[in-house]
Design a protein around this ligand. Structure first.
Ligand SMILES: Nc1ncnc2c1ncn2[C@@H]1O[C@H](COP(=O)(O)OP(=O)(O)O)[C@@H](O)[C@H]1O
Ligand SMILES: O=C(O)C1=C[C@@H](OP(=O)(O)O)[C@@H](O)[C@H](O)C1
Ligand SMILES: [Mg+2]
Length: 171
């Protein structure tokens, strides 16, 4: 039986929100998305927060939300792609939960993020270049905190969720 929250980490568009919801249903646990909690608390959406407070303001809010989600509730938490940037966030993830790192190659990330315009960091001329840079910078950080790394390239979100659920049940 799980005694800690399960945190889903990984790059934008890899499927943290989608797979996190399915995993929670599979495990019969509550689901929360740290970005949604942050938006509800702020009373504003992420593009607005980036516009008005900059990325720095967003990161401050994100760390505060994560600290609260690390309280002892056993639930599935989908995080935002930049959660691993702050050392104190990485420390919290490692010490307070089980961390699942979802991966996909650049082509897939470009395709999966191309349908929506709600990710301020990708509102640039060449989102592919940004995705590649962020992956280079962040992949070592995701690997640092991960208990399980799970590729999402050749499986449906439901299959990935079932694979993670099985791993959690067997550990
Ligand atoms: N395994 C998958 N196969 C195909 N499409 C996926 C998969 N996982 C996620 N997607 C799609 O990719 C998009 C981004 O997913 P999302 O859950 O918002 O990613 P994240 O929260 O990691 O940014 C959504 O349209 C979702 O349906
Ligand atoms: O990678 C990032 O820095 C970000 C990822 C987003 O979440 P998703 O990974 O769910 O898209 C969201 O937190 C914000 O736009 C910043
Ligand atoms: Mg998400």
């Amino acid at each position: 039986m799980l005694k800690q929250p399960v945190f889903i980490v990984g790059p934008m568009g890899v499927g943290k929100t989608t797979i996190g919801k399915l995993l929670a249903a599979e495990l019969r646990l509550p689901f929360v998305d740290s970005d949604r909690v942050l938006e509800e608390r702020t009373g504003a959406d992420i593009p607005w927060i980036f516009d008005v407070e900059g990325e720095q303001g967003f990161r401050r809010r994100e760390s505060a939300v994560l600290a609260d989600l690390c309280e002892d509730v056993v639930q599935v938490v989908a995080t935002g792609g930049g959660i691993v940037l702050a050392p104190e966030n990485r420390q919290l993830l490692v010490s307070r939960g089980i961390v699942i790192y979802l991966t996909a190659d650049t082509d897939l990330l470009v395709a999966r993020t191309s349908k929506s315009s709600n990710r301020p960091l990708l509102q640039v001329d060449d989102p592919r270049q940004t995705i590649e840079r962020l992956l280079r910078e962040r992949d070592p950080l995701y690997r640092d905190v991960a208990d399980l790394t799970c590729d999402t390239a050749s499986a449906s979100p439901r299959q990935v969720a079932q694979r993670i659920a099985r791993w959690l049940e067997e550990r």
